[in-house]
Design a protein. Structure first.
Length: 252
């Protein structure tokens, strides 16, 4: 089959829904909240998403079959922007090597919450748009350079932990879709002077308990080399669902 554009959300949900932990971001992007910023392609059962809502375009192409997305990516080469970020199944970056220079962002893991009974006691309260200035100040100190879409505060799926009125830890989402029953955690951080006190653990647990009221699959992405984060999430009942790599591609 040749690469074709896809505009039918039901078709995409069918193609992606068999592996919700692998495709949580794509499934979440089918919602009205993100759909206007997406462009979709398929070749057979392989699906690729180009997301345009955050500055540098981001390509997502995952497949749990060996080389499953390679034909799709090869067909996409003429359609790709000159510079973009990408999340790809291991080895798929080689398909683009002849036309693009790649700067690796490192190996990553997709984790899925498989044992909710392991969640810790919840901490924190739901954040709203009124908390945005304080949240941005926390990210500047504790998580500079993170990708944060302030619109996500509108979902009600951000939990913050305060001490003496100061916001010291937060756990949020990158996507949340009750319709497609998936969520992806993101923007989790703790102020440097409060680390090691279990605040993020409590905030993540509170958020996961909240999310499980509306979704069946809670997932997240983490750098494979981030031992502290992997230990935190393993202790809260998350297990590895897939490996992938992140790259910045620039046309030659």
């Amino acid at each position: 089959m040749a690469v074709t554009g896809v505009h039918d959300r039901d078709e995409l949900a069918r193609l992606l829904g068999g592996a919700p932990a692998l495709h949580a971001y794509q499934l979440g992007d089918l919602d009205d909240f993100f759909w206007p910023y997406t462009t979709w392609y398929r070749d057979g059962d392989a699906v690729a998403l180009m997301y345009h809502g955050g500055g540098l375009p981001v390509l997502l192409a995952f497949d749990d079959r060996p080389r499953g997305s390679h034909t799709l990516l090869a067909g996409l080469v003429p359609l790709l922007p000159r510079r973009f970020y990408a999340h790809l199944s291991p080895g798929a970056e080689q398909v683009l090597a002849a036309q693009f220079d790649a700067v690796p962002g490192g190996p990553h893991l997709k984790l899925a919450l498989t044992d909710p009974a392991a969640l810790a006691d919840p901490l924190g309260d739901v954040l709203t748009g009124a908390d945005l200035p304080e949240l941005l100040a926390l990210y500047e100190v504790a998580y500079p350079g993170n990708w944060f879409d302030a619109r996500m505060l509108e979902t009600g799926q951000y939990v913050g932990v305060r001490r003496d009125g100061e916001l010291l830890a937060v756990a949020g989402v990158h996507v949340w879709s009750p319709k497609y029953r998936v969520a992806a955690l993101g923007n989790v951080t703790t102020h440097p002077r409060a680390r090691g006190e279990g605040l993020a653990r409590g905030a993540v647990s509170a958020l996961c308990r909240r999310l499980l009221d509306t979704v069946d699959h809670v997932t997240l992405n983490v750098m494979a080399g981030n031992a502290a984060a992997r230990s935190l999430y393993a202790g809260l009942g998350f297990t590895t669902a897939a490996e992938y790599g992140e790259f910045t591609f620039t046309a030659r």
